[in-house]
Write a protein of this length. Sequence first.
Length: 190
Amino acid sequence: MTDTLVIDWSTLPVPQDDGATSHLEGMRLPDIALTSTSGEAVNLAGLAGRVVIYAYPWKKRPQDPLIDGWLATPGAPGCTPQSCAFRDHAQALREAGASYLFGLSTQASAYQREAVERLHLPYPLLSDELLRLTDALRLPTFEAGGMTLIKRLALIVDHGVIAKVFYPVFPPDRNAADVLAWLVAHRDEA
């Protein structure tokens, strides 16, 4: 499945590494259950194997307007291309050792379900609407449209411990390929 959405990333501001994730590698995930678009509560800390989690700020519905200043915010645009790239790489990620794949945002699960259906995502999205995981891990965030949003990043977690952090992520549609390359290179370390 391909997308007709094409973005000229050279026209958008590039996010800079502000060091906001430097504390994450080696950190154990907290015992927190998140609501999944599959309807289940998912406790990432309790999952065995290698888990890939990509965080995106805000996925808009096609009919909704952009948040004021969205395109000028470094790293904000690109949630749909990032999710679609993970969709398109999902099977290869599993073959490279990912036992689980999740998207993560602070949007409500009901809002996320629309995106799962519209984009035909073969994996669930997790809602951290109450910011429990975000706060516990001290994930980098920003404010937009009256919401607290997670800055775009990806985590590879081995048996509840963060093994690798991808941050900042740019361009977003390349994130899945970068994660896949890391998984292939570190397949025997899980």
